[in-house]
Design a protein around this ligand. Structure first.
Ligand SMILES: [Zn+2]
Length: 454
């Protein structure tokens, strides 16, 4: 027997209203649920505590007394965005890489910015100080701290005299391991596992030939084997196709950047699919290295300026800085890397590869928390995805990469983490920037970004 829908919703409302938590009914909105499905008009959402207890077509039912009703007629709701690759506590203004920046206060400043920009879950992929990171993660998971929810990869495993570059990341042994032998690498994994890390991070790159050494296969194989023995997955910083191919064949779980030196081939894509390897393109990363020196029109919009701390805004306005970036030999390399990254991402996406969402925001001052994620959406569309596909990558698929089934879509039983937009991004992804409100765990936590001070 099929129960008519109006009765189901009315029952859910009564249960919600008489349960332990006060219910909130959100009605009138267009909903993009994160699965890639088309938007649905006039959806009613019942929020019970921190999750959705009912999601269905709009209905005119009598609300039980005490039910809070929010009318979002004309607005579009999307799930909160999820970053699979960011960093906390590495930058503040134009300062970067100093261990003192890894404070709870500075990390929370950034996590509030991500959240105000609609990114409700953030993964800090290495270079974390465990004394700050673990208590902060626990408090954010429990709703006892104010900012995006947090996951992370403990210290991360770099290379002596290699990646990540010491001049970029001055972090010492309190934030980073640089094992010289497989035994030391296994010990680093064991220590991170004992502290409760979510993932293990490795760096396999020479940063455009600027570093004398790269991580050797014997080190990464030791890391992957030890991590898997501890039921942990390994995410690798990569740049070159040859390294990515070897890592996939050796069982790495996540490529934390796109391949940017050459086009990916079918053999590589087949290997990724056979091993179930995840791929995070980080398209915005290379663009961020040069784009601000060109002052595109969007830099004059409040959506951008409210994400930029004063010291960084001063840098962007400095013509000497802009000339330096424009004349930098790295600029054409970064432009080409973006183009190759977009083409590779589209090819892997079309082939049915497992793609996550991330920008490496927070790794340097130019990778601006929250703003970077919206550029990434725009660049995914530039690469050939539809806006609904790009949003699916940034929500449902990003949650899936993290192994989280409690978020990433708008559906019964999922966390009520969502973003209210003033216009519909279905045909123009730019609408993702028209944020009117952000809700986290069933509560509105912010309004327009113009109310946010970076
Ligand atoms: Zn990173």
């Amino acid at each position: 027997m099929t129960v008519p829908r109006p009765l189901l919703l009315a029952t859910a409302l009564l249960v919600a209203a008489t349960g332990a938590h006060a219910a909130t009914v959100i009605r009138g909105a267009r909903v993009i649920d994160g699965t890639g499905a088309p938007a649905k008009e006039d959806v009613t959402l019942v929020v019970d505590g921190d999750h959705f207890s009912m999601v269905g077509p709009g209905l005119r039912v009598k609300m039980p007394d005490g039910t809070k009703v929010v009318d979002y007629t004309g607005k579009t709701i999307i799930p909160g965005l999820i970053s699979d690759h960011s960093h906390i506590g590495l930058v503040d203004g134009t300062k970067a890489g100093q261990p003192a920046l890894y404070s709870r206060e500075n990390a929370l400043r950034q996590l509030r910015q991500w959240r105000a920009y609609g990114v409700t879950t953030v993964t800090t992929l290495g270079i974390n100080n465990p004394e700050v990171f673990y208590p902060l993660r626990a408090d954010l998971h429990a709703g006892k701290a104010d900012g995006a929810d947090l996951f992370g990869a403990d210290h991360g495993i770099g290379v002596p005299n290699g990646a990540p570059p010491a001049k970029m990341m001055q972090a010492g042994s309190s934030q980073l391991d640089r094992p010289a032998t497989p035994d030391e690498a296994r010990a680093a994994v064991d220590a991170a596992a004992a502290r409760g890390t979510d993932l293990v991070k490795i760096w396999v790159d020479d940063f455009n030939g600027t570093l004398p050494v790269k991580m050797t296969p014997e080190i990464w194989r030791a890391v992957i084997a030890e991590a898997h023995a501890k039921h942990l997955r390994v995410a690798a910083h990569v740049y070159y196709l040859d390294d990515a191919r070897k890592l996939v064949d050796d069982g790495v779980d996540i490529l934390a950047h796109g391949v940017r030196d050459k086009p990916v081939d079918q053999g590589f894509i087949d290997a990724m699919k056979q091993h179930g390897t995840w791929y995070i393109a980080t398209l915005d990363l290379n663009e961020a290295a040069y784009i601000y020196a060109r002052h595109p029109a969007w830099m004059d919009q409040p959506f951008f300026s409210h994400a930029v701390q004063p010291a960084l805004a001063t840098q962007f306005a400095d013509s000497a800085w802009r000339d330096k970036v424009r004349d930098d030999r790295a600029t054409p390399v970064n432009e080409a890397a973006l183009k190759t990254n977009e083409q590779n991402f589209k090819r892997i996406y079309d082939a049915g590869g497992k793609v996550g969402f991330g920008t490496d925001s927070g790794a340097t001052p130019l990778r601006i928390p929250g703003f970077a994620e919206h550029r990434e959406l725009a660049l995914m569309v530039d690469a050939g995805l539809s806006p609904l596909q790009a949003l699916n990558v940034a929500t449902e698929r990003a949650a899936s990469l993290l192994g989280l089934d409690d978020r990433g879509v708008i559906a019964n039983g999922k966390r009520a983490d969502f973003v209210v937009l003033g216009s519909d991004p279905t045909n123009d992804i730019e609408a993702s920037t028209h944020i009117e409100a952000v809700w986290q765990r069933g509560v509105q936590v912010s309004g327009k970004v113009t109310d946010f001070t970076p």
